[in-house]
Write a protein that binds this ligand. Sequence first.
Ligand code: GLN
Length: 491
Amino acid sequence: MLSNKTTSSAVRSAINALQHYKVLNTLTNDCFDKALETEQQISIEKKNNSPLYGRPILIKDNFCLRDTLTTCASKMLANFRAPYTSTIVQRLIDHGCIIVGKTNMDEFAMGVASWGAFGPVANPWSLTKTTMTNVENNKTVLHVAGGSSGGSAAAVAANFVSIALGSDTGGSIRNPAARCGCYGFKPSYGLLSRLGMVALVNSFDSPGFFARNIDDLIFATNAVAGPDDEDATLLSKPFENFKTSNELSKEKKKIIIGLPDDYDVNTLSSEYRLCWQDLVHRLTETGEYTFKRVQLPYTPYSNAAYTILSSCEIASNMARYDGIKYGYHTKNIDKNKDTYEDILKKTRDESLGERVRGRILAGNYYLLEENYDKYFVQSQRVRRGVMNDYKKVFEEDKIDCLLAPVVSNDPITLAEYEQADDIFSEDDIFTVGANLAGLPALSFPVRLSSKGFPIGLQLIGPFLKDQELLSTAYRICSTYQFPFLDLTKQI
Ligand code: GLN
């Protein structure tokens, strides 16, 4: 599976592409020099036979890499160098991956546009629709890449690197994967260590990968999954490697797929609904799949529950950013007058964006004694309802997985996005359910829309049936050819 790029300098090619397409703003910071050095070194040592050996990869800028900036695309952490390396990143390095840079994202991974303190990531497909050569900062020509892991998704979709790391708390891997046209896999909660991944919502956060084929998703996941003494929320059972396509292609079991009526929402565009239906028709014709309509009645409340529960955890997690121990510290201090609270307030006002401050405020509001039952406890009930909905369809309706949309329409331009009032996203309704229930979910590109943007769909599987989900995705995606983008050809 090694790309032949590894025989020359794969790292050099990735760097060239990233530099050439700065307009996409995929990186918050790079480690180009270190990456070239490492490539030299490891080509001499050749320590293992991992299919990841020598491959350049990118990691979302909410994963710690020792002595390297870890900004979460926030002014708050703009100068923060991580004192240690996250488990996942360390395991990638141990497999011979070469980290080329940290990818741009929504501030602290909140959002769906990958537009943090360092500007927006642009959707790579925008560049196929313009003849303008200088599109830099042209927000009317560039489109939203999805989020919050948009930098990782855009870089893989454009073929700057073949694998990138992201995180999915409410859809942040699947959403940009669908918007940019690549695969995005969020494994079951508890399979991948969260140590050294900056916490957004501890009980939903899941690291995961972007790739241009399912084998690469599997290689990367196999390299990092499994117990970690430093993360008590992980399953303690040793991880058994997922099978890759060689072994998968022999499996021919008939698959029963559920189509959740409750995901067929009003906001879903007719074109995206048609793509969903067409895939169902095509797969039915093969005779290898049976489709069943299923009900997930808690779906309409899932986004509200996600919003409340996530804001509560965010309010608690963000308390650590006081500007005293690390991170941004206000210079605007009146030494005779300002209290600790004043300094904290100024520090946060100056360094955190509106969305982040809004969620901290909302979370603290929901957690007030008089609101606690009304919001937090009620949302936990909805979360339980969502989990039971899935359990019922998997166990009683006996379906293997669900097939559903990821986003409802083509991406808007960055200029349109700037005008829109988007604190919370309607499209999250498609993705948050898997996080509320900790289920594995995989977004895959299906075809291009009439305007030439990728349309993705997702599979959601039962807890810990990640292998089955990957196998089904592999089988489905082998029935057609998606026209993957490769911007490196034009360099
Ligand atoms: N859009 C969701 C949010 O803003 C998803 C975030 C995520 O998965 N990191 O909370």
